[in-house]
Design a protein around this ligand. Sequence first.
Ligand code: 13P
Length: 249
Amino acid sequence: MRNYYIAGNWKMHKTRSEAAELAKALVAQLKDGKHKYLVAPTFTSLETVGAIVKGSNILLGAQNCAPEEQGAHTGEVSVLQLKDLGVQAVILGHSERRHIYKEDDEFINKKVKLALKHGLEVILCVGELLEEREAGRAEAVCETQTVKGLAGVAAGDLGRITIAYEPVWAIGTGKTATPEDADAIHAYIRKVVGKLYGADAAQKIIIQYGGSVKPENAAQLMAKENIDGALVGGAALKADTFVPIAKFG
Ligand code: 13P
């Protein structure tokens, strides 16, 4: 039986005081929540939010990290610096990183391995563009991103990997994949993980759905066999919308 895992990706929103206010509300309102939770504020709010969620049932996540531990990487943030702030997990391969900042699978894979090496959990995002879906390539794109993203990851580290299926056309657009369409891709990704790591690993891996998840559609998505949680963007920015998703059903 897989546990549900609901994560809020705050993207490039909120000042420290706004982030603190949201984090306090979530700690109070999710303390009786039954699932696994994470919030990923911007780098500048990590320390503030980390102090608030410490000791709660909400993990502290970062939205990205550099592919190297340290060095001449102007503008980047190291996994060592994240760990120093108490970060427990990092979102990698988000479509905004892939498409706006042109990160490719090899680059993302370097970060995945580095984050694992330093003991962090990873949420690895995969997902197709609208034109790829329309060309019938959704499964193939997700397979490539999963296989290349996990290249060189030891079976023993897979327990610290969550995959987030985020169809790019559903992110921030209000268009959600139907629960059936999302579940079909989740099942396919699970099969891909099975080919790489065996049936037991495939059964255990948590696969979140992301893309216009709202209080109104969370329960239907989560009811699907292969959907084990959500990576929430817009609706994660307010306790009023994130809490009902986090306590769906
Ligand atoms: P929205 O929930 O705003 O569509 O964003 C999804 C997302 O990209 C989470 O990482």
